[in-house]
Write a protein that binds this ligand. Structure first.
Ligand code: PGA
Length: 251
């Protein structure tokens, strides 16, 4: 049995004041203890969130990390080792906004993934197709190419201490959600692809769905056999909504 995970990607949202409010709201939630829960604030708020949620079941992650671990001359970047030092346990790698808006290349994503694991963070590798790619029938080819970049460079075993998030770009922040069946099809294909290389790694790998997950659709999505939880953007900024999504994964 894979332990479900619900992760909240706060993206570039929040001020110290609004983050304090969200922390207060999360502290009021009855959160399930039989799943993993994580939130991913912007890096300048990490210390505040680590402190504010200490003693809760919520782990903290970062939204990105540098291609190098350790410290050094890399202006503007934050290394996985520094993230670990401030209390992070996880890091998003290759979110579509970084791939498409910030220009993260496959090579950079592989280096970031490796750097995260060297430091002892759990990478959450994000994959997913654009609307054009889906309409051209390229969904599986795109997702497999994104996965293969990491597997070919680092070996399939690295996925035994990682999480994958399938996030169709056309469903992110649009209010359009992949149907549970559409998402399940891609999740099953991802797992089958990995099983072709290592069945044990594939069987244990948590594959989260992301793209307009909310309390109203979470239970249906999480009920699918290969969907092991969610990566939640907009709805994770509301503590009640996020709490409800967590509870949908917990039972
Ligand atoms: P959304 O974002 O839930 O707002 O669609 C998901 C994500 O980008 O991780």
């Amino acid at each position: 049995m894979r332990r479900p995970m619900v992760a909240g990607n706060w993206k570039m949202h929040g001020t110290r004041a609004s983050v304090a409010e969200l922390i207060g709201g999360l502290n009021q939630q009855a959160l399930p203890v039989d799943i993993d829960i994580a939130v991913f604030p912007v890096s300048v708020h990490l210390g505040q969130v680590v402190e504010g949620l200490s003693g809760t079941v919520v782990s903290i992650g970062a939204q990105d990390c540098a291609v190098e671990t350790g410290q050094g001359a890399l202006t503007g970047e934050v290394s996985s080792e520094q993230l670990l030092d401030v209390g992070c346990k996880l890091v998003l790698i290759g979110h579509s906004e970084r791939r498409l808006i910030l220009g993260d290349s496959e090579e950079q994503i592989v280096r970031k993934f490796a750097a995260a694991q060297v430091a002892g963070l759990v990478p959450v590798l994000c994959v997913g197709e654009t609307l054009e790619q889906r309409e051209a029938g390229e969904t599986l080819a795109v997702v497999e190419r994104q996965l293969d970049s990491v597997i070919d460079a680092l070996g399939v075993a690295v996925l035994s201490s990682a999480v994958v998030a399938y996030e169709p770009v056309w469903a992110i922040g649009t209010g359009l959600t992949a149907s549970p069946e559409q998402a399940q099809d891609v999740h099953a294909a991802i797992r089958a692809r990995i099983a072709g290389k290592d069945a044990d790694v594939a069987g244990a790998l948590r594959i989260l769905y992301g793209g307009s997950v909310k309390a109203a659709n979470a239970a249906d999505l999480f009920g699918m056999p290969d969907i092991d939880g969610g990566l939640v953007g907009g709805a994770s900024l509301n503590a009640d909504e996020f709490g409800a999504i967590c509870r949908a994964a917990g039972n």
